[in-house]
Design a protein. Structure first.
Lengths: 354, 550
């Protein structure tokens, strides 16, 4: 009884007919003068990208000596690859309609595990990294099991597991910083540079492209979307909704682990507290990303733009000498505004003609 | 057709069937002032006339039945009384005093009216006492609720109606019958408090199909309370129901509506059951012989045995290759659960489904397994269970077949889009644009898109629930012919519907479910009238019901 969805029967005649019809359908918008609606749509899809460019130009004009320098851009791109990786992981459960609030603690766990195993217990760096990654995946498995098998609200489950993880991190580290991890890890994260930008930026780009491919070019991507937007229809269409939700938690754990490895590498160790500060920025970037490129959907390209839009803004403000609290204002404000915008976008899309 | 009421269009007010009384004919001596009198009530929606010049008079101390098929105007009439609908014309008198229509929402309480609807309006998580007093508790000013006092009062109230209910039990833990009784007691208490506040003596309790979900003994208990309410003089009762037996048992007089028109008001005791059925469905009953269909073993494609689930018990049937089998029944009979139980969307308590040599245990069925074995389900709620309304039509329609469009570089999106477009044209979905949002389509086009989604997989078994709900006439005909084509191509189709006309149009055979059991089977002369007739027979003659031999 294997999957037996029969291939659609497409008679040659029907297909040529429909081909011609598609050509017509596809040409129609091109021939039509660019209507207001279409340009609005274009603007909506790329507004965040334009905003990012505008922010960069604005700060370049205000701070011509420090902002538009290669050093600064290297910082912007290199420093926030960890946030990008984390946010990419987060959009998986968000797409299937679940929250993962444990994602930042999970990342802390991985980085701390690597540091403790490598520094305090003398493990080689590779086994330590593998152990850290497996731990993060295990957390995803547990989160998914609690949500899917027992049927608890993911918000509550991951709020709980996240706090437990935080406790474990404090416990294994004795609540102190652990530094001095292997130089190899640092070399492979921020040591090597391509075009002046450290390697982790390219890891982030690669992860973005892979997820983009999964979301847009695989049946799985569509299924994630349907599971998130219509549980009932997905179930009645024969999708294994529980398995897909569980899988998205596991993959989210995987991404948190990858982010943790990159974080340990870029710090040359781990500290028990700072990982938690990534939680809100990750949510802000995910929701802001959902207003761009494919408005109303969490999507990797939008996420990429959102992360770097936020970082560019914050870096600029810091160069202006604004105090550190601006980060909180910026990320928190971005989250609320992004959620408001994407809710409005979805509502407008969902305006029923009934 | 020689019945006295074979044609409701002639003259509604001079109905002269046996037992019929001319308009407000008082059953008692003298001429008591009616509790409620509606005259010439009309209401239309768009072009459809839901109520056409309807009169209704309810006397003090009577239980008055309101009968009619789905769409006959019963609910519209009730919704005029509770202020939900504004009528186009008509007048209302309460206890002889004219009252202006439309009623402002909530006004009915001050007039001594109270309603119990099918869903009862109870909050399951709260206690019996909290539910009983919810209105007063919300309105109460002081900061203090005297729970001890409240409990004592509740005990007294229940005692008056001979009820033994623990006021502190959560409503979720009491039986469905007790819930119905609680809702009724609460409604009567509402009337009594309005009476004492406003110094009036009249009241009207409206029971809107309260027995649909009750077991037989629960119905008897409910009738006991109804009689108690009437005989104690608290209120008159308007009893709305589909169920002829119940109406005959509990009411003094009956008003029958058909297609929004008054068919007459009759004294229950002087009217026979066939006469009532005739008034409801507009024609005389034919013989009640059960036509039996001998199915030959070899062309049976799908057999269901011993299906129990929801309110259904022991359902057995076969569907042959190319056959369209209909299921119907009154609201609450359970017929609408059948497609979902077979598909695994709801789990059954017992039963098996055999198809193509595989026997499925219906307690373990899942939609995933059903889909893999060539079953499809078109649910009634297209927006929730059939589609993601906010996503493009193309994505919705192609969800099922995505793996077939996997190329070496991932999904072939161009090809997918082209196929979606072709499919939408083939099923005449307008516009045939895969990028349009699903919810932008009209009801008919939404359903055609759903058929496109599922029929492209060439399913062997198609289960439908209300397939033409909210679908315009033109699309209806198209959907019928698509289903006919699918059956001709060898699919076995099961259609659960309360739309007799639709069943008559598409089905080769119709099985009527009554109170969770198979009651009737119509396999020849499948017409709208015959289905309606059998549905009403299935209830009225339930004592002698035999199960259909399969």
């Amino acid at each position: 009884m294997e999957a037996s969805t029969q291939p659609p029967t497409e008679s040659p005649k029907a297909s040529t007919e429909s081909e011609a019809a598609v050509e017509r359908a596809e040409e129609r918008p091109r021939r039509r003068p660019v209507s207001n609606a279409r340009s609005m749509q274009f603007l909506e899809r790329w507004a965040l990208l334009f905003a990012w460019i505008a922010v960069v130009i604005l700060f370049s004009l205000i701070k011509p000596d420090t902002y538009p320098t290669s050093g600064n851009f290297q910082t912007i791109f290199g420093s926030q690859a960890v946030l990008l990786m984390l946010t990419l992981g987060l959009i998986l459960p968000l797409t299937t309609g679940d929250f993962d609030l444990s994602i930042a603690s999970n990342m802390s766990l991985t980085s701390m595990l690597i540091a403790v195993l490598n520094v305090n217990h003398g493990w080689a760096i590779l086994p330590a990294v593998v152990a850290g990654l497996l731990a993060a995946i295990l957390v995803g498995v547990i989160n998914g099991a609690l949500v899917v098998l027992i049927g608890i609200d993911s918000f509550i489950v991951t709020l709980g597991t996240g706090t437990v993880l935080l406790g474990i991190v404090q416990w294994i580290s004795n609540a102190t910083d652990v530094t001095g991890t292997s130089q190899v890890l640092t070399t492979w994260t921020i040591g090597h540079r391509i075009g002046g930008i450290s390697l982790i930026f390219y890891y982030g780009v690669a992860a973005t492209l892979i997820l983009f491919y999964v979301f847009e070019y695989t049946p799985l991507g569509r299924r994630l979307l349907f599971v998130g937007r219509g549980r009932s229809v997905s179930r009645l269409s024969g999708l294994r909704v529980s398995r897909i939700r569980w899988g998205s938690f596991v993959c989210c754990g995987l991404f948190a682990g990858l982010a943790g490895i990159m974080y340990a590498g870029s710090l040359g160790g781990a500290d028990p507290a700072s990982g938690q500060t990534f939680l809100l920025p990750a949510f802000a970037a995910a929701f802001l990303g959902a207003t761009a490129v494919y408005p109303g959907r969490f999507n990797p390209i939008g996420t990429f733009i959102a992360v770097y839009f936020l970082v560019s803004g914050i870096t600029g403000l810091q160069l202006l000498g604004v105090q550190n609290f601006v980060q909180q204002l910026f990320y928190g404000g971005a989250l609320v505004i992004a959620v408001a915008l994407s809710t409005l976008a979805r509502r407008r899309g969902a305006r029923a003609p009934s | 057709m020689s019945g006295p009421v074979d044609d409701g269009r002639t003259d509604q007010s001079t109905n002269s069937g046996p037992g019929a009384t001319a308009a407000p004919g008082p059953p008692h001596a003298g001429a008591p002032v009616p509790v409620l009198a509606l005259h010439g009530l009309s209401k239309s929606f768009g072009g459809a006339q839901a109520l056409d010049n309807v009169d209704l008079t309810i006397l003090p101390g009577e239980v008055h039945g309101l009968l009619g098929e789905n769409g006959s105007g019963k609910s519209t009439l009730i919704k005029v009384l509770n202020g939900f609908h504004a009528p186009d014309s008509g007048s209302l008198e309460i206890a002889g005093e004219p009252v202006a229509l439309p009623l402002p929402p909530g006004q009915f309480r001050e007039l001594g009216l109270s309603f119990v609807h099918q869903d009862l309006g109870l909050i399951l998580e709260l206690s019996v006492l909290e539910n009983l007093r919810v209105g007063e508790l919300i309105a109460q000013r002081g900061a203090w609720i005297g729970w001890r006092n409240e409990r004592r009062r509740a005990h007294e109230t229940f005692a008056r109606y001979g009820l033994e209910l623990d006021p502190s039990a959560p409503v979720g833990s009491i039986t469905p019958t007790e819930r119905a009784l609680l809702a009724i007691v609460r409604a009567v208490e509402g009337i009594r408090s309005a009476q004492s506040d406003r110094h009036m003596s009249h009241g009207l309790l409206v029971l809107d199909e309260p027995t649909v979900f009750l077991p037989a003994d629960g119905t008897q208990q409910l009738f006991g309370i109804v009689r108690e309410i009437v005989s104690s003089g608290d209120a008159s009762v308007l009893f709305v129901s589909h169920d002829l037996d119940e109406v005959r048992e509990v009411t003094d007089r009956v008003t029958v509506l058909r297609d929004g028109r008054l068919q007459g008001t009759v004294n229950t005791s002087e009217t026979s059951e066939p006469q009532l059925v005739e008034m409801i469905i507009g024609r005389r009953l034919e013989s009640l012989a059960l036509p039996s269909q001998q199915l030959t073993g070899h062309d049976v494609e799908l057999s269901v045995r011993g299906l129990c689930g929801g309110s259904l018990e022991d359902i057995d049937f076969d569907i042959r290759r190319g056959e369209i089998l209909g299921f119907t029944g009154l609201a609450g009979s359970g017929f609408e659960d059948i497609p979902y139980l077979l598909f695994g969307a709801q789990s059954g308590r017992a039963g098996t489904l055999s198809a193509q040599g595989i026997t499925f245990d219906l307690t373990q069925m899942t939609p995933d397994r059903a889909v893999r074995n060539g079953f499809v389900l078109l649910p009634a709620d297209r927006q929730r269970d059939g589609s993601v309304p906010g996503l493009p039509v193309g994505d919705n329609v192609m969800l099922q077949v995505l793996p077939t469009y996997k190329g070496p570089m991932g999904l072939r999106r161009r090809q997918l889009n082209r196929r979606a477009h072709g499919l939408l044209q083939e099923f005449d979905v307008r516009p045939p644009d895969p990028r349009a949002t699903y919810e932008e389509l009209s009801g008919g086009n939404q359903q055609k898109a759903m058929l496109a989604k599922w029929l492209q997989t060439e399913p062997k078994y198609i289960f439908l629930h209300e397939p033409t709900q909210g679908v315009d006439v033109g699309a209806r005909a198209q959907i019928f012919s698509m289903l006919g084509d699918a059956a001709r191509d060898g699919a076995s189709v099961l259609c659960a519907s309360s739309d007799y006309e639709q069943l008559a149009a598409v089905c080769d055979r119709v099985i009527v479910i009554a109170r969770g059991r198979m009651a009737r089977e119509i396999s020849t002369d499948v017409t709208k009238e015959r289905i309606a007739e059998q549905v009403y027979n299935s209830v009225t003659l339930r004592e002698t019901t035999q199960e259909v031999a399969t």
